[in-house]
Design a binder for this molecule. Structure first.
Ligand SMILES: [Zn+2]
Ligand SMILES: [Zn+2]
Length: 294
C-alpha cells in the first residue's frame, strides 16, 4: 500500500502570503503523512505551522466523524506551532489529537502550547478544546506511532529541536523530516562532537529527505548561528547520506517564486554534478508525494 506526503506549509519563520509567493506557498511548516485508501488508518502530521489550518479544513470536508491524529513537533518556535489553535479537529468532541515533541529546558511541551492560547493572546484556552488532547515528550528515542516506526535525532538549532525519520512498519520507503537545522559552522548547540557522523548515519539511504534550505551560500555568511542551512549544504548532505530524493524546505520568507525557481535549478545542477542518482525538488504548498508503504 502507498502512503502519501502532503505539504500544507513550506515557508520558514513567518507566513508570507501574496502574489509573489503564491506558487511555492506562504504558510509555515506542516506536512501530513497518510496511508491512502484505508479510511480507518490514522493520520500523522509533522509540525503545526499555519499550513495545518487547511489540513484541518480538508479533514472536515471529508466528513469523517472521528479523526485521530498524531502530531509530531520538531520544536516550538512560532512558525511550527502557530497554526495549532486553528486546527479544526481540536474543536470536535469525537476527535483525538496526540501531540509529541521535545520539551524546552525545564518547560514542558504542554505548558508551551498552553501559553500560546492564554486569554491575553487567544480567546480559547487549551483546556477549552472539545477534542481529546494528549501531549507527550520525545527525547531522542525510537518509538512506534500509528503505522510507522519513528526515530529521532537532536538538531543544530536554538532550543531543543528534533529531526524525525519515519519508516512504515510494513516496510517500504522511509522519510526523514529535518527542518530548522544548521549544517555548517556557527551557533552553539547541545550536540556532541560526533554529531555529523551520527546524523549522516541517521539519514543513510532515506528515500525522501525534507531538509531546511532557507539560505543560499552567499546569504548564509550573514546568518551563521541562526540555526539554518543553505541549499548547497542540503544537497551535499543528501549526496553524502545517499538519499534518493531531497526536498528543499523552510523557504525564506523574502524569496519569491521566481527566486525559488532559480534556487531549485542551482540545487539540481549541483546534484547532477555529484553524479549520484539524487532527485532534488522544492516543497510546494498543496502538493503530494506518494511513497511505497510496504
Ligand atoms: Zn522554523
Ligand atoms: Zn526554529
Amino acid at each position: 500500500m502507498a502512503y502519501v506526503l502532503t505539504f500544507w506549509g513550506t515557508r520558514g519563520s513567518i507566513p508570507s502570503p501574496g502574489g509573489l509567493t503564491a506558487r511555492y506557498g506562504g504558510n509555515t511548516p506542516c506536512v501530513s503523512v497518510e496511508y491512502k485508501g484505508g479510511d480507518g488508518s490514522r493520520l500523522l502530521v509533522l509540525d503545526a505551522g499555519t499550513g495545518i489550518r487547511m489540513l484541518g479544513k480538508q479533514l472536515q470536508e471529508r466528513g469523517r466523524s472521528e479523526v485521530e491524529v498524531d502530531l509530531l513537533l520538531s520544536h516550538t518556535h512560532w512558525d511550527h506551532i502557530q497554526g495549532l489553535p486553528f486546527f479544526a479537529p481540536l474543536f470536535g468532541g469525537s476527535n483525538a489529537v496526540r501531540v509529541w515533541g521535545p520539551k524546552q529546558g525545564d518547560v514542558a511541551l504542554e505548558s508551551i502550547l498552553r501559553r500560546q492560547m492564554e486569554p491575553v493572546v487567544f480567546p480559547v484556552p487549551l483546556d477549552g478544546l472539545a477534542a481529546q488532547l494528549t501531549v507527550q515528550h520525545i527525547e531522542g528515542e525510537s518509538l512506534a506511532i500509528g503505522d510507522f516506526d519513528v526515530s529521532t535525532i537532536r538538531l543544530r538549532h536554538p532550543g531543543n529541536t528534533l529531526g524525525y525519520r519515519l519508516t512504515p512498519k510494513a516496510g517500504g520507503s522511509s522519510l526523514a523530516y529535518v527542518t530548522d537545522n544548521e549544517l555548517g559552522p556557527g551557533g552553539e548547540y547541545e550536540v556532541g562532537p560526533g554529531w555529523r557522523a551520527d546524523f549522516v548515519r541517521f539519514l543513510r539511504g532515506a528515500d525522501v529527505l525534507v531538509h531546511d534550505s532557507m539560505f543560499t551560500g552567499t546569504e548564509l555568511n550573514q546568518h551563521r548561528g541562526w540555526g539554518h542551512s543553505s541549499f548547497e549544504e542540503a544537497v551535499a548532505l543528501a549526496v553524502e547520506a545517499e538519499v534518493k530524493h531531497l526536498v528543499l524546505f523552510h523557504h525564506r520568507p523574502e524569496r519569491d517564486d521566481a527566486a525559488m525557481d532559480e534556487l531549485l535549478d542551482a540545487a539540481r545542477q549541483m546534484g547532477q554534478a555529484a553524479q549520484k542518482p539524487l532527485a532534488v525538488s522544492a516543497a510546494i504548498e498543496g502538493t503530494e508525494l506518494t511513497l511505497d508503504g510496504g
